[in-house]
Design a protein around this ligand. Structure first.
Ligand code: PLP
Length: 467
């Protein structure tokens, strides 16, 4: 496929990496960072990017194997997105969207999202990212049930190892235990079910039996808490940061059916799976044949060129949310930057590129090849599982393939593999004992071959270093 990513890098000022590192170290509190390692080793200053590559301050060039952070779906250095943002910023960078004020990109984007989403999702609530989208969603869901005269319906069912973000509410929905170490969570609002982890399912259980087991757990939890007290179930179609976990066949449809039978809303967090990563704009309907009441998206919505999140809401819910309040109040929620014109202009151009360059088709074509080629890495002693779908993949490192026992945490196996890959020109993401590959959606088969060759060497070196 052809991509147009021309952006001159030569006229950019030379950066003083040493001085920047000092400022960074002294003042920038990095998210999700182990400060013991960070303070010793410093940070990699990423200064330039183009297409599938990024470059650091020392001039090292890397293949981006994580699309920035699951988000740069159309690839880096898209001059036309930059231009669309600049045009909007110079024409009208910002004005409120509260009350009856609006702007052209926000209106255009809302209509475009309604066109791309499943037919019943026609209403968009904007936020600034994935956490905020999930947070806003839960507030809207509570508001919806309050307005229906069902104020007891408050509890949200999420899953262990889910990742839904880090605002107070989104962090409470998140089920990755270590994410909330020494933080507080809103436990009175959230109950976590088991994640759907086919690799680590109970011994001797078939995948179909495992699916029955998970659905039964859901039904039993509802019976215990009482459907009258439960507002919604939230799930990523494929669990991302929690380990790229693909649920057993039919799982999401069956969970949705249980939701319907119990007047529980079904929310799909498509912050990662949306905008092409699984070969479609939205995976819920096209891949998993479900019909969520709400879909949340962010990341690939603007390909990371500007912060943006969106909650896509069904006609049925909107009938209540959009009805004037009895008391004459307003829908008192939203952000200064809801429907930010520059972010919405970036998203519109991003979607235009995805459509024009047939990027979803590229993912449907190259994705299965990426899966097939990554699976060849299973010959390494430490690679216990290679899983995922299309451009959302993961390697699980283990000490023993037969028992699936993990290496000790101190071995930092995910970091070792990522380090060896980076030395060889590829950035992948370590998460504990996992390595995640979630590239820009413009990777070709040739790129896949190059990446798998690098990973093959990196895994060999990492395994060697563990001896
Ligand atoms: N939901 C999912 C599925 C995510 O993977 C993420 C981020 O990785 C979020 C929500 C939170 O998004 P953000 O970091 O933009 O707040």
């Amino acid at each position: 496929m052809t991509t147009t990513t021309t952006r001159p890098t030569t006229d950019h000022p030379v950066l003083d990496a040493k001085a920047l590192w000092q400022k960074d170290k002294d003042h920038f509190i990095h998210p999700f960072t182990d400060f013991s390692v960070f303070h010793q080793e410093g940070c990699d200053l990423i200064t330039d990017s183009e297409g599938i590559h990024v470059q650091d301050a020392k001039g090292n060039r890397f293949i981006d194997g994580i699309a920035g952070l699951w988000c740069v779906n159309v690839g880096h250095g898209r001059a036309e997105i930059g231009q669309a943002m600049a045009d909007q910023a110079t024409r009208m960078a910002y004005f409120s969207t509260f009350n009856n004020l609006s702007n052209a990109p926000a209106a255009e984007l809302a209509a475009k999202l309604a066109e791309l989403a499943p037919a019943h999702l026609n209403h968009v609530f904007y936020s600034c990212g994935g956490s905020a989208a999930n947070d806003a969603t839960i507030r809207l869901v509570h508001y919806y049930f309050n307005r229906l005269g069902k104020p007891e319906k408050k509890r949200i069912l999420s899953r262990n190892n889910a990742y839904h973000g880090t605002t107070y509410l989104a962090a409470s929905l998140t089920g990755i235990e270590s994410n909330n170490w020494d933080f507080d969570t809103l436990d009175h609002l959230v109950t976590h079910l088991s994640e759907a982890n086919c690799y680590r399912r109970p011994e001797g259980m078939s995948e179909a039996e495992y699916c029955d087991h998970l659905v039964k757990e859901f039904e039993e939890t509802i019976a215990e808490i009482g459907a009258d007290n439960i507002a919604a179930f939230i799930a990523e179609p494929i669990m991302g940061a929690g380990g790229v976990l693909v649920a057993p066949e039919g799982y999401h449809q069956r969970m949705q059916a249980v939701c319907r039978a119990n007047d529980i809303l079904f929310i799909a967090d498509e912050v990662v799976t949306g905008f092409g990563r699984l070969g479609h704009f939205f995976a819920s309907e096209a891949v998993f044949d479900t019909r969520p009441d709400i879909i949340n998206c962010a990341k690939g919505l603007s390909s990371g060129y500007a912060p943006l999140g969106a909650t896509l809401i069904s006609d049925e819910l909107y009938e209540v949310l959009g009805t004037p309040q009895r008391k004459g109040g307003v829908l008192s929620t939203g952000f200064t930057y809801s429907g930010h014109p520059v972010s919405c202009a970036a998203a519109l151009k991003n979607i235009e590129i995805i459509e024009r360059e047939r990027i979803c088709e590229n993912v449907r074509e190259v994705g299965p090849y990426l899966e097939e080629r990554l699976k060849t890495l299973s010959h390494h002693a430490t690679v216990g599982d290679v899983r995922g779908s299309h451009f959302m993949m993961c390697l699980e490192n283990v000490a023993d393939k037969a028992t699936k026992a993990l290496l000790p945490v101190e071995a930092r196996v995910g970091d070792r593999v990522a380090f060896e890959a980076q030395k060889r020109g590829l950035i992948i993401r370590p998460v504990g004992h996992l390595n995640i590959v979630s590239p820009p959606l413009v990777w070709s088969r040739d790129t896949v071959d190059r990446v798998v060759a690098i990973l093959d060497e990196a895994l060999g070196a990492a395994t060697e270093s563990l001896k």
